[in-house]
Design a protein around this ligand. Sequence first.
Ligand code: GDP
Ligand code: IMO
Ligand code: MG
Length: 434
Amino acid sequence: MPALVIIGSQWGDEGKGKIVDFLAEESDVVVRFQGGNNAGHSVKIGEELFALHLVPSGILRPGKMAVIGNGVVIDPGVLLDELEKLEKRSVSVENLRISDRAHVIMPYHKMLDDAEERMRAGAKVGTTGRGIGPSYSDKVARLGVRMCDLVDEKVLRERLEFLVPLKQRILNAYGDTARLDLESICREYSDYGRRLAKYVMDTGPMVTEALTAKKRVLFEGAQGSMLDIDHGTYPFVTSSQTVAGNAASGSGVSPLWLDEVFGIVKAYTTRVGAGPFPSELMDDIGKHIADKGGEFGTTTGRARRCGWLDLVVTKYSSALSGFTGVAMTKIDVLGGLDELKICTHYNLDGVKVTTIPADLRVLDRCRPEYSTLRGWDDIEPARMDRILAEGFSALPRNMRKYIRFVEKQMGLRVVLLGLGRRRNEILDLRRKKW
Ligand code: GDP
Ligand code: IMO
Ligand code: MG
């Protein structure tokens, strides 16, 4: 079983970084296959916190190959900064490889991201403002700059001589008066290209070779299934495909290699930015979960909206990506509440709805229907040690019931259970290691 895909099952920030870091210990290669530095994946090692945006979380495990695949959009300035910060903290980035096919986020992409949000006025997506959407738009429109262009000064200049005046006109049309300076963009970006060139290669064949040699490859998804450009709550989504199918295409390997998919399910639901969220809590419980769970964006610092676990969402994601197991995270955050609710389906004018309607006006009219479960007390440190030593049976009884409820509803086993922020605060419930 050499290939395992990690997919966010909700609206992002499910704790993918922590799970990837845990599984990376058993892996040889970790590949990011979509998204860009809109992602923020946090890993806490002891008291040290790492927030990764473009570099695969596997980089924190010495000796593992870390690959940024062709499906990712790369802001080269941000990437260099991230690499520098990692090196300053004694994390080796020697094993990083970047696909020569990955697209580059250019300065005008960030300006266009802001301009487009302004134009949307009352219907803002609430993007991260990192230029993700405009960069993917250019990729699809065949107006992109790829890493193979960035590392070749001549090609880069040729490309920009055509693109910069075009983007200038579009920015002006949006009412943005900033002037793009071709020379300074060429200078800045060819410098980035020079500094990143040593990592850039055709990564697809390299990953295929690793798979052929039975090396274990972990595919690190970013964002979440409900932010998928095709299947999410469009237009309140990101601009890439976040489902497991894209792990192959975004890494340049055959889909036939993918044999396991873990869905990362936060024990409750969060969402950053605008858009529908049926099980959102607008009351004190929502605030309590946000505070206790530290629900503030890793990338933008924005407060995350919080709500009960929504199984319509996680089952929809599971169907899209073919989850073979669930990694449930942040269940510790729910400790101390008397009652917990889990949304099992929606009610649309008396009709039971069990999937996500495409039309947001219909989704808006869906009322969540809940099952109510009993809560448990917070886990004290001594009990945590016992749980980590003894396993599932040492968990509070009502927590076990909560997990069993989710397992039954999703038809899947919880294979990993996150009980805290730190690297070791995780219960491995797999029958065998990967
Ligand atoms: P990602 O984008 O899916 O990687 O998730 P983020 O890193 O943006 O957000 C998840 C947050 O929850 C981070 O601050 C993690 O350190 C933290 N976290 C992850 N797993 C757990 C867990 O099981 N319990 C607690 N309390 N925190 C967790
Ligand atoms: P990770 O990988 C949560 C959200 C933004 C916005 C929408 C579009 O850390 O889970 P974009 O900048 O991508 O065009 O913004 O998507 N978003 C995320 N929300 N976690 C993320 O990544 C996100 N990446 C994008 O808030 O609503
Ligand atoms: Mg995040």
